[in-house]
Design a protein around this ligand. Sequence first.
Ligand code: C2E
Ligand code: MG
Ligand code: MG
Ligand code: MG
Length: 288
Amino acid sequence: HADIAMYRGKQTGRNNFQFYTPAMNEQALERLRIEGDLRNALDHGEFLLHYQPKVDLASGRVIGSEALIRWQHPQLGMVSPARFIGLAEETGLILPIGAWVLRAACTQCRQWQLGGYADISVSVNLSVGQFLQKDLVSSIADVLEDTGLPPESLELELTESLMMTDVEHAIGILAGLKKLGVRLSIDDFGTGYSSLAYLKRFPIDVLKIDRSFVRDITIDADDAAITASIISLARHLKLRVIAEGVETDEQLDYLRHYGCDEIQGYLFSPPVPADKFEQILRQDRVMT
Ligand code: C2E
Ligand code: MG
Ligand code: MG
Ligand code: MG
């Protein structure tokens, strides 16, 4: 104990006191409260999914959506994933929550397909904890079988860091997922640590250009160059490429000019509840 105390003393310095302000207290309390409430949110049916359309630039049509979780908290109102996904990961709650997301998204997508939109697909974000779950492949197979969703209609969005924690292990999991027939996408592409050499070894189908590059493509030459390069890279590797966070016509023009396949962003639509997404589907040819 003396050692630990000394070590701490050295680290913090003797005049380095910790002050707890009321604001910090409030933050800590909110965190505790959210963590407690998160444990019951699934049982209380407080989660829902919003769907953000993905538009194919060649046809101008909505070809799928990304399912994004929302938490309808009884007192706090709509809580965004930024405020609870991290906590869900730390506490392991991401496993049951992620399983719920997957099943709900596949069920919904299949319903749209049976309702006349046979080619519509859905993307689901996977957390690292889910990715490393022993029975990931079989649990996804079960969901596909139960819901009747064709495997090729499901896309899993994975991050670079998730795949880079243990590359050889990741390649094995990815191969298992590919064998199921689902599509694999690298989300937030360009912000992680993956080396280009691994792109060759990861059996992925889609690169999703991170919003941070897209945001400034019309004002920042570096972001413009990075975006154009990712599109070119994807085309040469025969991968599809989608840009997230497209908000302006200028960004759209740039992406179209460089041959981006799909876009997703507020310019076309924010993430919306399922009934609103259905209205968008009914509009058919939506973007020219
Ligand atoms: P992400 O997967 O990169 O999702 C894209 C985020 O960008 C979404 O935020 C979406 O609402 C937002 N977005 C879309 N278009 C625009 C745009 O034009 N401008 C701007 N400024 N933002 C745009 P959201 O829904 O708050 O989700 C944030 C992150 O939370 C997601 O990032 C994803 O990493 C995570 N997440 C959301 N749902 C799930 C889930 O079901 N499971 C897991 N594991 N993570 C999730
Ligand atoms: Mg995503
Ligand atoms: Mg993303
Ligand atoms: Mg992103």
